[in-house]
Design a protein around this ligand. Structure first.
Ligand SMILES: [Zn+2]
Length: 303
């Protein structure tokens, strides 16, 4: 099984092209990840190598997951398509993802390209040439609207190069989200209409627990587009677990679920996988326990 939603965390070094704003460096999320993974925030090279070694080791011990798509994170771009460093909280560069992939046969490259960047099409071609399997976007934090007409060429490039589009939907808490309405999965139709394989993250849940307004949209998209999928990442977190139970009551969508964890975020066992000391296995056990056993592998998607 492939985990399609594993974050690559990397501190900036002179060579890796990554960014981390002062605000983000001080944020509780950064400190929580550093503490839980044993990463020294004052030694970027060591922290970055250790993050990948631990991930590789945890994957190696997993009984259910063999490979993980490592996700980059592009920044915010201004009206002329240039990187806006002042509004970018962090950036995990595509070259950093493509290099990390070479460290282990268990890693796949999930680059991140903000469609608003002026070289979006060229960057998609370049990353496809270097072996990327998908493109991750986070419209709320990257400040773009996926439904904009001007992104048509970008979506056509993704379809042509068989790069899937993995998009965050719903609300965004772990970053400093800006316009939350662009997290509406209906806006992904623009990519689906161009033939792109689209994966909506977190089972289309909003993350607001009781207000799951996107589940109906998900059913509509699944009925209309055979290339529409959702991933199961982060669904054991307390604010999303309500959506997990609702999804478990929609067995007609079972063949659209792709396994994902949202590593390095924690996985809660909810009584199903309490003794599995491996996040990948725990997530698989919880999903199986609620009636959503991982079936479809990313590697098996029609191309
Ligand atoms: Zn994520």
């Amino acid at each position: 099984m492939t985990d399609v939603h594993v974050h690559l965390a990397a501190l900036p070094t002179p060579a890796n092209g990554c960014l981390l704003s002062k605000r983000m460096r001080r944020s509780p999320i950064t400190h929580l990840v550093a503490w839980s993974q044993g990463l020294p925030l004052d030694d970027a090279e060591t922290a970055n190598a250790r993050y990948l070694d631990r991930l590789d080791e945890e994957l190696g011990r997993s009984r259910s997951v063999r490979r993980a798509v490592l996700l980059g994170m592009d920044g915010v771009y201004d009206a002329s398509g240039r990187l806006d460093e002042g509004h970018t909280d962090f950036l995990i560069a595509n070259d950093c993802v493509l290099e990390a992939r070479k460290r282990s046969e268990r890693f796949l490259a999930g680059v991140s390209i903000n469609p608003a960047r002026r070289d979006a099409v060229e960057e998609a071609e370049r990353c496809a040439d270097r072996g990327a399997v998908l493109v991750k976007v986070l419209p709320n934090a990257q400040c773009f609207d996926p439904s904009e007409k001007r992104f048509q060429d970008f979506y056509r490039a993704l379809a042509r190069r068989k790069l899937a589009l993995l998009s965050h939907v719903g609300f965004e808490f772990s970053l400093i989200g800006q316009d939350q309405s662009v997290g509406d999965p209906a806006r992904l139709r623009a990519a689906l209409d161009e033939g792109v394989t689209v994966i909506a993250a977190h089972g289309c849940s909003t993350g607001l627990f009781v207000w799951e307004k996107y589940l109906e949209t998900m059913r509509e998209l699944a009925a209309r587009y055979p290339r529409f999928y959702v991933d199961t990442s982060a669904l054991t977190l307390p604010n999303r677990v309500g959506a997990l139970w609702r999804l478990a009551r929609s067995p007609e969508l079972n063949d659209r679920f792709l396994f994902g964890t949202d590593y390095p975020l924690p996985v809660f066992g909810w009584g199903h996988g309490g003794d599995a000391d491996n996040r990948f296995d725990r997530q698989a056990r919880v999903l199986t326990g609620v009636g959503l056993p991982p079936r479809l592998d990313f590697a098996d998607l029609p191309r």
